[in-house]
Design a protein. Structure first.
Lengths: 506, 324
């Protein structure tokens, strides 16, 4: 009950007019930075940190958390409307959000994103409120072997991502893994695969460069070819009735919501993971477990709900290790953490007892921020839909400009813009040849996490792989590893079963 | 003769005119100042860079905003290559960590000449290093002093969590190996925070972290420090002995937080930025934040800084040589 009282205090703190104003302003800023390709929550929060020196720490964290939060919602908008992932956390939203919009059902896609985000955000903040201290223990027990096992599980779900053509999917995964090894090798501290000795490769290939290239530029080329520059949707009714209908379609996404909420939160609280891997894993697992997994990628609401639910859930989750352990669960929380230290707070196990107003003000504000972003998003659907009324011949150059600025923004290097254009063209060709590109995008995100965790573990175990399967030594890692194996074999079961039945009937 | 005289007069008056215009309008930035951080977001260098940015912005110390840009690739190699290319640019600064002293030696292929590619401006802070163990570490239970720790470390191979191959803490481990004759299994993590968590989570047995990275766990009693590698105790860790008082004066190591500009800038520009940093340095907020965090305020500029960098560079080259 003590928790409940503290929470109420926190909610009231964030409802003070000054804090509430900052919160709503933060949500709007977040929506904007999330929707602008390349300007994800990381950049948004980093740019705004200095502003927060002039307000009290509680107001500052409420503002920045609202930006972080709003960006999770905002990323979905450009993913759905333009086919460019607005932020790295919204890449998986493109997979089904874009096809839904192209089928003429952008309202469902946007509603699914808004409601999914709301559910994920709310479930996770409730979990946060109830179980923060014990969950910090879980995060502490989650070390290199457990992280690697989780990554194996993530990769196992990807195999199912590319449809039935498993060799093509594996090819795509390998391309992604290869690209992910470019840059600095953490374990040896040496640069590797610096192609042509170009210094631009020293920072590796930014995941957004690949994603914006493949989805933004590739998609633009593809749409130009298929629509010949015509208006995508001339007429579109937007009224409460339509939105109500869209909401009804979301009933079928309950499973996606629960997977997204819980998996997202869990992945979020693990140090160094964050909302991007969470949204990708949530998409993969939901697809695998879904009855109509074949329809994923052609525009199903569950395919939008799963990643959107997970990215909001994970962004809340990643605040847990930040507050209780002083370690960031995502790149954005790394910046928030820096901010907290500058505001004179020491993140760590004592923060909850020493600074209750700050911690509970933040948690309370998450409940409120969730509510406001949902309202904002539903209210703004008609405005977002106007984009689709623009003829593609006009929209295409706008998309191109957004892609170029988006490719430039994260690292401020022109090298990455050229790289993005090349990826865009290659992505378009791969698509013509019917290669799935999603697995490549996924593996460039998770590749480095998996590699580091694997190599750290092998240093600890003196090179023995047995540590991953040893229930006595590493119970969590072993259980995840075995579940991963099941996931890995599941997509193989389909073709084998079919072959078997065919043989029988013949 | 008269012609030459006339010419001389013209020349002198031109020079005088030029000098007077220069002195009338001292340098000030004309566009936003890029502050290059040769490390990722959320680390120690990033923290100081953003603090400097915040202090400048809050008090309007500069006429243009400061924009921190992280270029973390190649252990600082990416940032140094970038700043090297900015030769003569008056709107670029770089904050340093010790990787600027090691990367030119470790990665000769980058072609970085530490002494000629940059203009050192000032050193603001030195960060200290401590030996940390978990209070309830499974392999370090019952250890309370640095000498007990050395005995334990010599006996069996302990696991040390660190921030990456050839980073400061691994070089430090190399130094300690030479001084005390123990070795440890080195596991690299992706940042000081992850290193601290690995220690408390039981994955590693000890770390050589900076104070700020372990501060939360130190205050909660989850981890404890055995020695601080400085001549004197630090007020932020009053009960932790210094290496000098334990009789190990060779165990002294610092992380420098200095600022540099590209080579090829005028003395006037250099003086402007040094002055700006000096203003930041004496800002009361900047002072109290760093002192509370266990950092040493250590302003150094001009020839003193040049000598310091030369000594440190050589020291690091020797450490790297011994390491191989």
């Amino acid at each position: 009950m003590e928790t409940f009282g503290l929470l109420l205090d926190g909610i009231f703190t964030s409802l003070q007019w000054f804090n509430l104003g900052l919160l709503i302003f933060g949500c709007l800023v977040g929506l904007f930075v999330g929707a602008m390709p390349g300007l994800g929550s990381v950049n948004g929060v980093a740019i705004l940190i200095p502003i927060t020196f002039i307000v009290p720490p509680t107001a500052a964290i409420i503002f920045l958390a609202a930006v972080y939060y709003g960006a999770m919602y905002g990323g979905a908008i450009s993913s759905v409307m333009l086919g460019i992932p607005g932020a790295s956390t919204a890449v998986a939203t493109v997979f089904d959000g874009r096809p839904l919009a192209q089928k003429g059902d952008a309202i469902t896609a946007l509603s699914a994103a808004a409601v999914g985000s709301f559910v994920g955000g709310t479930v996770s903040v409730i979990l946060f409120t109830l179980f923060a201290p014990p969950l910090a223990e879980v995060a502490l027990a989650f070390n290199a072997p457990e992280t690697f096992a989780l990554m194996v599980m993530a990769f196992a779900t990807f195999v199912g991502l590319g449809g039935d053509d498993i060799p093509k999917t594996v090819f795509s995964i390998l391309i992604g893994l290869l690209l992910s090894t470019i840059g600095l090798d953490l374990i040896s501290g040496k640069p590797r695969l610096i192609l042509f000795g170009m210094p631009g490769f020293l920072h590796g290939i930014n995941f957004l460069v690949l994603a914006i290239g493949i989805y933004g530029i590739g998609e633009m080329l593809w749409t130009l070819e298929s629509t010949k520059g015509k208006v995508q949707m001339a007429k579109m009714e937007v009224n409460m009735n339509e939105i109500g209908k869209a909401f009804k379609k979301l009933k079928s996404t309950l499973m996606a919501m629960s997977i997204g909420s819980f998996l997202g939160f869990f992945v979020g609280i693990l140090p160094a993971a964050g909302a991007t891997p969470a949204s990708l894993m949530s998409y993969g697992i939901t697809k695998q477990l879904s009855k109509n997994s074949k329809e994923f990628g052609t525009g199903v609401p569950a395919g939008v709900v799963a990643p959107e639910c997970a990215n909001n859930s994970a962004s809340t989750g990643s605040m847990l290790p930040m507050l209780t352990l002083g370690i960031p669960g995502s790149p954005t929380t790394a910046i928030l953490l820096g901010g907290m230290i500058l505001w004179g707070l020491t993140p760590g196990p004592l923060l909850f007892t020493q600074e209750p107003e700050f911690v509970w003000g933040l948690i309370g504000s998450l409940y409120i921020a969730n509510f406001f972003t949902l309202v904002l998003n539903i209210a703004l659907i008609p405005a977002f839909l106007m984009v689709l009324r623009i003829p593609f011949a006009i929209l295409a150059p706008v998309i191109f400009v957004l892609c170029v600025t988006g490719g430039y923004a994260p690292t401020q290097s022109l090298h990455d813009v050229w790289l993005m254009l090349i990826f865009g063209f290659v992505g378009y060709v791969l698509r013509k040849l019917d290669y799935p590109v999603a697995p490549a995008v996924l593996s460039i995100v998770l590749g480095p996490l998996a590699e580091n965790a694997l190599r750290q573990t092998l240093i600890l175990s003196d090179g023995s792989m047995g540590i991953f399967f040893d229930f006595g030594e590493k119970p969590i890692a072993a259980s995840i590893m075995y579940i991963a194996l099941v996931f890995l074999l599941m997509p193989l079961a389909g073709p084998i079963k079919r072959k078997f039945f065919k043989a029988k009937s013949a | 003769m008269t012609l030459i005289k006339q010419l001389a007069v013209v020349l002198v008056s031109f020079t005088l005119f030029a000098v007077s215009t220069v002195s009338a309008k001292p340098f000030s930035p004309k566009k936003p100042i890029e502050l290059i951080i040769p490390a990722g977001q959320g680390g120690g260098a990033d923290e100081i860079a953003r603090l400097v940015q915040g202090v400048i912005e809050k008090n309007d110390y500069a006429s243009k905003p400061v924009i921190p840009i992280n270029k973390k690739g190649g252990s600082g190699g990416e940032a140094m290559t970038y700043v090297k290319k900015k030769n003569g640019d008056v709107h670029t600064l770089m904050i340093t960590l010790n990787n600027v002293l090691t990367t030119p030696t470790n990665q000769p292929e980058l072609g970085i000449d530490f002494f000629n590619d940059f203009t050192p401006l000032a050193r603001l802070i030195t960060d200290t290093f401590l030996v940390w163990i978990a209070t309830e570490g499974k392999n370090t239970a019952g250890i309370n002093t640095f000498d007990e720790f050395i005995a334990k470390a010599k006996g069996g191979s302990l696991v040390m969590g660190g921030t990456g191959k050839m980073s400061e803490d691994e070089l430090l481990l190399g130094m300690m190996r030479g001084q005390f004759g123990f070795d440890a299994k080195y596991v690299p993590y992706s940042g000081g925070g992850a290193v601290a968590k690995g220690l408390v989570g039981g994955e590693s047995d000890f770390t050589l972290n900076n104070p700020s990275e372990q501060m939360g766990f130190y205050q909660s009693g989850d981890s404890k420090a055995l020695v601080m590698m400085t001549p004197e105790r630090n007020p932020a860790f009053p009960e932790v002995p210094s290496s000098y008082e334990l009789g190990y004066p060779d165990l002294e190591y610092y992380m420098m937080r200095a600022f540099m500009a590209p080579a090829g800038i005028d003395a006037e520009v250099r003086d402007y930025y040094t002055g700006l940093l000096h203003t930041v340095y004496w800002d009361s907020e900047f002072q109290s934040f760093n002192i509370d965090d266990g950092k040493l305020m250590s302003w150094l500029e001009g020839y003193g800084l040049k000598d310091f960098l030369a000594v440190e560079y050589d020291k690091h080259s020797v450490i790297i040589e011994n390491f191989k």
